[in-house]
Design a protein. Structure first.
Lengths: 325, 298
């Protein structure tokens, strides 16, 4: 999946087996299971909770995508009807296009910009400034996400917003507009939220990755006169490809599934200008009670995320491990 | 001669580096200042009355209206308490299950151990969009709609998925000799977990706790659909509803043309940020690790 999930194999999978005394030979699986009843008893509450609340819902969702389904009514099988309806409805191309635009942009704002920021901070020689910059990266993250979204909504406000206020102050009042209420700008206003996109988990993850690179590599670089942009492209980037892959996958998932921001900022409007499939799913379920239809959109989004994640995993292969310490 | 050459060479190689460093400092500072603008506006607005908000949008206005914070607590206090209670109950259970699960998978040997482990870890790959709608239906069927349990259970059941992943790696790093000598003294499994594993895995648990607290504090869509009564509502949805009524009128006789509602509303936003700030001050290192780990939780 990601680099992080690869660690248990080295961290825990191999070591404890060596340390724990081997099972006495000649024991059948059944006997061994009876002997280790304690382990199963300890795991039982976890698995009961997981079965009911974490295994059952997604499986149910995959099945009910083919049913007409709402609370209190017997579900009835409709086959592929929901998928037919979704892919032939006039709003769908717009939604998918919006989703792919957001996805592409999230790659830029979530994977590219933080990388540049992290490289710049990493190369600062003065350690005190470095620490200070890290602190300032974190401060905006101490504000809850909903507050950030609501603040940006206020910043964009046509009458009270500071963007229009600034434009008028500088004599550019003719540029002022209802950023979120204008079909031409709404989607871009949603993307612009969080400008300049440097503070966030991304920069910290990249900084962590750069910190893992062995010092000797940078020394060798300097001797060979490999500095500046060339070092960034030839040394830094290949050595944090694991992080690049992670941030790319996160951007894909955010692009496909995170409609919370859109729900709060525009609710898909004006018209269908900022509608995305995830928000349609939400509306269909909780405004028109079409839970089966919503489940089928959820399934489509799952397939898209899963396919895109696999594709990213295939194309972005992290560099060999022996260059780290 | 040698000294002159070295002084001639040194500046020519160092100067671009120096400029590069100064340029970087400048660029980073500008970017960080830009990203702090919303936070700055949030804090300054929270101290303004209606007139100050209307006419002094960028500057800090004096006198500071501390009273906004009293008014704000009246409107966000209940949401905060609800969320903290849910977070703490859920956290306790989540940490306990993660600790037990982590211990069992790291330290015990039993048939199907790896199969069971990967059956848990595989759930990390199920995106929430797939389970959001059916989970709602399951909770409705169980009669948990508009029930605080519907906020606690996801933490309790879903939290240990990543928790076991993290704690297994963590507990595997504890030297086996400690467990062995305890076993020789006749310690049972629960002693090994409670007396040896627990004290030694506090850093891992702290990271998990911070990560989950941030998650509960930010949870929005789930309480939006599950909780109907305002007195049970969670903080994120509460703030969303307050912002709506500040814009369109509604709660507490607020009307959209009344600029005096904004100061207390922003003070409410600041109050809602304080638990995260406090958590960062107390558990700073774990906070950053928690955030980074949350990135790994794809």
């Amino acid at each position: 999946m990601t680099e992080g999930t690869g660690t248990p194999e080295q961290g825990s999978g191999a070591n404890p087996i060596n340390r724990i005394p081997a099972r006495p030979g000649g024991l059948s699986t059944w006997q061994a299971m009876r002997r280790s009843w304690q382990a199963y008893v300890l795991l039982a509450p976890i698995f009961i909770l997981l079965l009911v609340f974490n295994y059952y819902p997604p499986i149910l969702g995959l099945l009910r995508a083919f049913y007409r389904w709402r609370p209190g009514v017997e579900a009835s099988f409709v086959g592929l009807q929901h998928f037919g309806v979704y892919f032939t409805s006039p709003e769908t191309p717009r939604e998918l296009l919006n989703m792919f635009k957001l996805l592409a942009f999230f790659f830029f704002s979530g994977a590219v910009i933080p990388f540049i920021m992290a490289v710049l901070i990493f190369r600062i020689r003065d350690n005190e400034s470095k620490e200070l910059y890290r602190l300032f990266l974190i401060i905006p993250m101490l504000v809850p996400l909903i507050v950030v979204i609501l603040l940006w909504k206020q910043i964009y406000d046509p009458n009270l917003g500071v963007i229009n206020g600034l434009l008028e102050q500088f004599g550019l009042g003719f540029l002022a507009r209802n950023w979120l209420g204008d079909t031409a700008t709404a989607l871009y206003a949603i993307m612009f939220m969080g400008f300049p996109w440097v503070s966030g988990v991304g920069t910290l993850i990249y900084l962590g990755g750069l910190g893992q690179i062995s010092e000797s590599i940078f020394d060798a670089c300097e001797v060979d006169g490999c500095t500046g942009l060339r070092r960034t492209l030839k040394i830094d980037l290949p050595l944090v490809l694991g992080q690049v892959r992670l941030m790319t996958i996160l951007a894909v998932i955010a692009g496909v599934t995170s409609f919370q921001t859109i729900l709060v900022l525009t609710d898909g409007g004006p018209g269908f200008a900022t509608m995305v499939p995830g928000l349609t799913m939400f509306h269909k379920a909780f405004r028109t009670q079409q839970f089966g239809y919503a489940a089928s959109i959820g399934m489509i989004l799952f397939v898209i995320t899963f396919g895109a994640t696999l594709a990213v995993n295939r194309t972005v292969q992290p560099a060999v491990e022996d260059v780290r310490h | 001669m040698s000294t002159t050459t070295s002084t001639q060479v040194a500046p020519s190689t160092r100067r671009p580096l120096r400029y590069y460093q100064i340029g970087s400092h400048l660029f980073i500072t500008v970017m960080l200042l830009l990203s702090l603008i919303p936070t700055y506006l949030l804090i300054t607005w929270s101290f303004k009355n209606g007139l100050q908000y209307r006419w002094e949008r960028w500057a800090i206005s004096f006198p500071l209206r501390w009273r906004n914070y009293i008014a704000a607590w009246d409107i966000v206090g209940d949401y905060m308490i609800n969320t903290i209670i849910v977070a703490i109950i859920g956290l306790m259970g989540m940490l306990l299950l993660s600790l037990i699960g982590g211990y069992v998978f790291a330290r015990m040997d039993f048939p199907f151990r790896e199969t069971l482990y990967y059956a848990i870890i595989a759930l990390l790959m199920v995106p929430w969009v797939l389970s959001f709608i059916p989970a709602y239906m399951v909770y409705v069927r169980l009669g948990l709609l508009n029930n605080r349990l519907s906020m606690i259970i996801p933490e309790l059941a879903g939290g240990p998925i990543f928790g076991i992943f993290l704690m297994r790696a963590f507990i595997a790093g504890i030297p086996e000799e400690l467990f062995e000598s305890a076993r020789c003294d006749g310690a049972g499994v629960l002693d090994l977990i409670g007396r040896i594993t627990l004290p030694l895995s506090l850093p891992g648990l702290a990271t998990l706790a911070v990560l989950n607290f941030i998650g509960v504090w930010n949870s929005f869509l789930w309480p939006l659909v599950m909780i109907q009564d305002d007195e049970k509502q969670m903080i994120a949805v509460g703030l969303y509803k307050l912002a709506r009524s500040a814009t369109y009128g509604g709660v507490a006789g607020w009307t959209s043309q009344d600029f005096s509602v904004w100061g207390p509303l922003y003070a409410g936003y600041v109050i809602a940020s304080l638990p995260l700030v406090l958590l960062f001050i107390v558990l700073g290192k774990f906070y950053v690790e928690g955030l980074v780990d949350s990135g790994l939780k794809v």
